[in-house]
Ligand binder design. Structure first.
Ligand code: ADE
Length: 269
C-alpha cells in the first residue's frame, strides 16, 4: 500500500511514521510513505504558499495553485508507476488510470469523523493521498477539483492536518496484511463488533496485591471466551454506551448492558 502526503512539513510526518511497527513495515516493503512538500510547487520567487482571504477575516489561506501543481505532479507519478507495473505484468498500460480514481483525503474538522470502519475501507486501496492544510485552510476551488474524501479525526481544531494524517496512516497500515506480526490481533480488539476490548493481563500472577482473574488461569478456552465477551459488553456499556446501538448483542447481553448503565457499576474483573 502506498501513502502520499502533501504537506508544508514533510519532516514532521516522515519522522513520525518511520519508527516502530510502521517503519518496520516500510522496510519490509509492505508499505511506502512519501511526503511531498507543497512549497516546492510555489510559483512565485519567494516560494510563498499563502495569502489573505478575499472578504477579510483572520489569518491566511493556502493558495490553490501550489496545491494543484503538487497534486498534478503526484497524479502523474502515480499514473506512470501504475503503467510501469501493468507493463511488467504484461497488461495493456492504462495511462488514463481509468479504472478507479486515486482517493485524495483532505484532513479537516469539517470532514466525516474517522472511525474503524473507515480505516477498513481505506485499507482496501492501493494508493492513498493525504492533503494537509495549514493556516486557516485551503482555497476552496482546489479542494473542489482534487479532493474525494473530507475526514476529521474528532471535534477539536488542530493547527494542521499532519497529525490527523499520521493517525489515519497508522490506523490503516495496521490493517494491511503482514504489518502486524499477528494478523489475528487486528481483527479481535477494540471496535470489533462495536465492542471495546476486554481487559488483558500478563506475568506476574500477582502485582500490587492484584491477582489475575482466576478464569484466565483455568485453561478452559470456552469459559475464557465467554468471560472476555462479557467483559467487553460491561466495558462498552460503562465507557462507550453509544457504541452499543450498533453492536450485535444477545438478549442476555442486552440485559447485562442495561444493568451496567443503570447501576453505573465500575469495570471489574
Ligand atoms: N485539521 C485541523 N483540525 C483537524 C481535525 N480535528 N481533524 C482533521 N484535520 C484537522
Amino acid at each position: 500500500m502506498n501513502f502520499y502526503i502533501m504537506t508544508l512539513f514533510p519532516e514532521m510526518v516522515m519522522d513520525g511514521l518511520n519508527t516502530s511497527i510502521i517503519g518496520r513495515a516500510v522496510n519490509k516493503g509492505l508499505l511506502s510513505i512519501e511526503a511531498l512538500n507543497i512549497r516546492d510547487y510555489a510559483f512565485n520567487k519567494h516560494h510563498s504558499v499563502d495569502d489573505y482571504p478575499y472578504g477579510g477575516g483572520a489569518g491566511m489561506l493556502m493558495q490553490a495553485e501550489p496545491v494543484y501543481q503538487c497534486y498534478d505532479a503526484l497524479a502523474r507519478q502515480i499514473r506512470e508507476r501504475k503503467a510501469g507495473e501493468e507493463e511488467r505484468a504484461g497488461e495493456q498500460p492504462d495511462m488514463a488510470c481509468g479504472k478507479k480514481r486515486t482517493r485524495v483525503i483532505y484532513l479537516s474538522p469539517q470532514g466525516k469523523t474517522f472511525n474503524q470502519s473507515m480505516a477498513e475501507e481505506f485499507a482496501q486501496e492501493e494508493d492513498l493521498v493525504f492533503l494537509c492544510g495549514h493556516y486557516e485552510g485551503i482555497d476552496e476551488r482546489v479542494l473542489e477539483e482534487i479532493v474525494t474524501d473530507y475526514v476529521s479525526i474528532g471535534d477539536y481544531v488542530l493547527t494542521g492536518g499532519e497529525l490527523p494524517a499520521m493517525i489515519m496512516i497508522d490506523a490503516i497500515s495496521r490493517l494491511v496484511p503482514g504489518v502486524l506480526h499477528n494478523d489475528v490481533s487486528a481483527e479481535f480488539e477494540s471496535f470489533q463488533d462495536n465492542l471495546l476490548e476486554y481487559p488483558q493481563y500478563s506475568r506476574p500472577e500477582v502485582w500490587h496485591d492484584k491477582k489475575v482473574p482466576e478464569i484466565l488461569m483455568s485453561g478452559h478456552h470456552a469459559n475464557i471466551e465467554k468471560w472476555r465477551r462479557e467483559q467487553s459488553v460491561i466495558r462498552t456499556a460503562k465507557n462507550r454506551p453509544d457504541l452499543l446501538e450498533k453492536a450485535e448483542l444477545t438478549e442476555k447481553e442486552k440485559k447485562l448492558a442495561k444493568e451496567i448503565q443503570r447501576d453505573g457499576q465500575p469495570v471489574t474483573e
